[in-house]
Design a protein around this ligand. Structure first.
Ligand code: FAD
Length: 369
């Protein structure tokens, strides 16, 4: 009873040009999940991304899928790209990796050396970078037959996950052997596995409170306005609507942008791998109502960045209301604080209730329209 009311209360009004500006071109939007519960089990959201990739692979639409895995190097969590050619390899890469990666340096050689057609899963900036390469290299363009991007607020530097896992290792005195940033329903839980088989599971806010405050954000993310993956064939993300909070099945929101995206999506739905119902495109925006406009407003971030001697090229020319400016000051300032040794000390010594208070303040600023 309260969930629809909460959705109604927090809903923003999106005009046609808001939709076009924030979301880019699209053909349709869907509320989806992988039909197979086993696929959903360790997925970031509804497991649709993995289920579509498996369906496309098994139905011969492509011969491999570029995925991003978590690897543990000397007890530290890192991301690593690989090309999956089996369903098992796609499943092994489920889940979001909130840690910096080097897409063009690492993934591009893998794509170039692969013999066959590829689906590529990546963040908006990486898919946009790949598109630019494809425009210059016809052979590469011929190889990449599908791109799927994850909606993305921003990504985090290794220092953040290193501090979090160091704390977890101190709790057990054991070496970390596996890590998942997020499993389970709604916001989910992080999960760390140690050499003696012990497992620590904590609410994702243990990591995400820092992340959502843009502490240890990658610098390049400040200059980005693409939350929804404009250049992809398909964009996928969470649907943060209160009416879905108590639904036992977690969902993936899907935006279809191109004909080839539509073909693979329909194939996955047609063979029963993905369950889907149409979604009003405004619900996709309502599910990202705070983060997407703040992400898009490069003008506010560019103005705030000047105070920190950081140059950001403003390509969007948005209005800068006071709340957007204050929010941008927090975003850029927090990123900058994370770059100083004394700043790191302050960040990691701030008690949790202080972080929470600061985060709610930031969220309140993002809630204005
Ligand atoms: C850094 C980051 C920021 C995000 N921000 C948002 C956000 O603000 N709002 C939102 O709605 N959703 C965001 N997402 C996307 C969301 O967390 C889910 O990934 C998405 O909903 C797909 O879920 P799924 O269950 O369908 O995917 P799964 O079936 O779990 O598959 C996920 C796929 O994504 C790939 N992948 C994971 N991490 C990365 C990475 N860092 N780089 C490239 N590929 C990767 C994996 O290889 C895997 O194939 C973000 C994801 C990341 C990694």
């Amino acid at each position: 009873m309260f969930a629809p009311l909460a959705d109604h209360f927090f809903k923003k009004t999106w005009k046609e040009d808001d939709i076009q500006r924030y979301l880019g071109n699209y053909q349709g939007a869907y509320l989806t999940h992988a039909a197979d519960e086993q696929i959903r089990a360790l997925a970031a959201s509804g497991g649709t991304t993995s289920a579509m990739a498996i369906a496309g692979l098994e139905k011969g639409r492509f011969d491999g899928v570029l995925v991003c895995n978590t690897v543990i190097k000397e007890g530290k969590v890192r991301s690593r790209f690989s090309i999956a050619t089996t369903a098992a390899e796609i499943l092994a890469a489920r889940g979001s990796k909130y840690v910096e990666s080097r897409f063009l340096q690492e993934a591009l050689p893998l794509i170039r050396n692969f013999r066959g057609r590829l689906a590529v899963i990546g963040l908006p900036c990486d898919i946009a970078g790949l598109r630019r390469r494809c425009d210059k290299e016809p052979e590469l363009a011929g190889k990449v037959v599908l791109t799927i991007t994850l909606l993305c607020g921003h990504n985090s530097r290794v220092e953040l996950i290193d501090e979090i896992t160091a704390r977890l290792q101190r709790e057990t005195g054991q070496e970390l052997v596996n890590y998942r940033f997020r499993v389970g329903h709604w916001r989910g839980r992080l999960e760390a596995v140690f050499a003696d088989g012990s497992v620590i599971s904590k609410p994702t806010e243990y990591f995400n409170d820092y992340q959502n405050l843009h502490f240890f954000s990658e610098r390049k993310c400040l200059a980005c306005h693409d939350h929804f993956g404009y250049e992809a064939d398909i964009s996928v993300g969470d649907v943060w609507l209160f009416r879905l909070k108590n639904d036992p099945v977690k969902h993936t929101g899907v935006i279809i942008r191109t004909h080839r995206g539509d073909e693979v999506f329909r194939l996955a739905v047609g063979c029963g791998a993905v369950q889907a119902s149409e979604l009003d495109i405004r619900d996709i925006l309502n599910g990202q109502a705070r983060s997407a406009p703040a992400h898009y407003n490069l003008s506010a971030k560019a103005k705030a960045a000047k105070l920190f001697n950081i140059q950001i090229n403003d390509t969007v020319n948005q209005k800068i209301p006071w709340h957007a400016y204050l929010n941008a000051l927090m975003t850029v300032g927090n990123m900058r604080l994370s770059e100083k040794d004394w700043g790191k000390t302050i960040i990691f010594r701030t008690p949790r209730f202080g972080l929470k208070f600061y985060l709610y303040l930031k969220k309140a600023l993002e809630s204005f329209k």
